[in-house]
Design a protein. Structure first.
Length: 208
């Protein structure tokens, strides 16, 4: 059984270096605790000059690099946070690659490889599941929308909530309860507006 205090969610955004920006390097890293609190969120300056910011996907622009943390320094900070933690993420081995780290497989929870989530979302067997689609279908949440690019905090939050959805059914039950109560409140409010306000309007118009 996983202790919740040992769980963190990780997401990285990459920029391109080298000829044509083909080499992926770390441009931003975000880490959340189990409750979704941000433990770390920094822009990172790669070892090599950035030749493609990949803004459409990364959300990173040139000005973000002005005060960015050097990669070697950021990597040390990140490793300290991740040590002995169960790490949740989506296609997380891509993140490990740009961080140049190894983490024991039994302490990794990759939502892109969780068959139960893919099946619930209607993905065919063997197909890698998209975080955006999993989030929309299972969490009823739209992410990665607009022209600003991805946000690593938003993506880490989605991966974390998908992990809870799969491995902590009680959290899912609370989420459903909140949605149910919200729906009930909206129905009552609609009833009040349609059936309670109307007689008051009639009374006011009659008394005039």
């Amino acid at each position: 059984l996983v202790c919740r205090t040992s769980v963190v969610a990780l997401d990285c955004e990459m920029v391109g270096t080298g000829t044509g920006g083909r080499v992926s390097e770390l441009g931003r890293c975000s880490i959340l605790d189990y409750h979704g609190n941000v433990l770390y969120d920094k822009y990172v300056r790669p070892c090599q000059p950035v030749t493609n910011f990949r803004t459409r996907w990364s959300g990173i622009r040139r000005h973000h690099m002005r005060n960015a943390t050097p990669f070697s320094e950021a990597r040390e900070e990140i490793l300290k946070i991740l040590e002995d933690k169960v790490i949740v993420g989506h296609s997380i081995y891509n993140d490990f690659k740009v961080l140049d780290i190894f983490h024991p497989a039994h302490m990794v929870r990759d939502t892109s490889m969780t068959r139960h989530l893919s099946r619930l979302a209607g993905f065919p067997r063997g197909r890698c599941s998209s975080l955006r689609i999993l989030s929309r279908k299972l969490l009823k949440r739209n992410i990665q929308v607009g022209k600003k690019g991805h946000c690593s905090v938003e993506d880490a939050t989605a991966a974390l909530d998908l992990y809870k959805f799969r491995f902590f059914p009680a959290s899912r039950g609370r989420q459903k309860l909140v949605l149910s109560l919200t729906s009930c409140f909206k129905s009552q409010l609609r009833f009040f507006c349609e059936y309670v306000d109307r007689p008051l309007e009639m009374f006011n118009s009659g008394s005039g």
